[in-house]
Design a protein. Structure first.
Length: 252
């Protein structure tokens, strides 16, 4: 069996933000997103993260038209450079609003700025949004994660231009030996940029391979939500409410 036929036999999973249904001439479908296009082929990223290159003439007429429109309205190639600064220090109970009587009180100060540079001399972006998601891991339940903070900043880039996005400082208070598993230590971040007019993905990255694999799940979560180690939201609102500590995280 040809690889193109195998591609269209892949099982359907939950659609990422930018995925769509593609149909071939035989009526078989696949959920994927376009990564690159040339005059004769399109490369699709499948839901399992693999990619496949397909001849345009194997797609339905409607999909061929979609691919051609995608190429005309393409996102310019960007060089994206994040500068993430994370510092950890001990704090004493008299110097912080967070105090539970335990030893091991710590504070993480987290800053991020992102620089964009376009190498495309003809195409710019004037309605983009960059989302910055900080992810923490429970200090007690090691298979449990928490979205510490979510920030969104708008930006635009002229053709062959540059832009910078600066996010607010996040302070995360936690204990090395906590009595409450709602306290989480930051383990990294996810960046996701999209064009607001059509929700088209511009960029997606993470600070670690673990978070990289779960980007599509993480970008659907809100600040304060907790997940298991597959980054599936934990449905325990009553428990979460009883464990909530409003002074643990500050964004300024």
């Amino acid at each position: 069996m040809k690889r193109s036929a195998l591609v269209f036999l892949c099982a359907l999973l939950t659609l990422p933000v930018t995925a769509r249904t593609f149909t071939n001439k035989e009526g078989k479908t696949i959920e994927a997103e376009i990564t690159t296009v040339d005059t004769k082929t399109v490369t699709l990223k499948l839901l399992d993260g693999n990619t496949s290159r397909i001849n345009l003439d194997q797609l339905s007429d409607a999909d061929q038209a979609f691919v051609k429109a995608w190429l005309v309205d393409k996102i310019p190639d960007l060089r994206i450079t994040p500068n993430f600064v994370r510092s950890n220090r001990d704090i004493n109970s008299g110097g912080s609003s967070y105090s539970n009587g335990n030893d091991g009180r710590r504070i993480q100060v987290l800053d991020l700025s992102v620089h964009f540079e376009s190498w495309d001399k003809t195409t710019g972006i004037d309605d983009a949004q960059l989302t910055y998601i900080l992810v923490g891991r429970s200090m007690e339940a090691r298979s449990r994660y928490k979205i510490l903070a979510v920030q969104n900043n708008d930006f635009s880039i002229a053709p062959a231009g540059q832009a910078s996005v600066d996010f607010k400082t996040v302070k995360n208070f936690y204990d090395d030996s906590p009595s409450n598993s709602a306290v989480a230590r930051c383990v990294g971040y996810v960046l996701y940029a999209n064009r607001k007019s059509d929700d088209r993905k511009i960029h997606a990255s993470a600070s670690s391979p673990l978070l990289e694999k779960a980007i599509q799940k993480i970008i659907t979560l809100k600040a304060g939500e907790e997940t298991d180690d597959n980054f599936i939201k934990i449905q325990d609102p009553e428990e979460s409410a009883s464990r909530r500590q409003p002074d643990v995280i500050t964004v300024k």
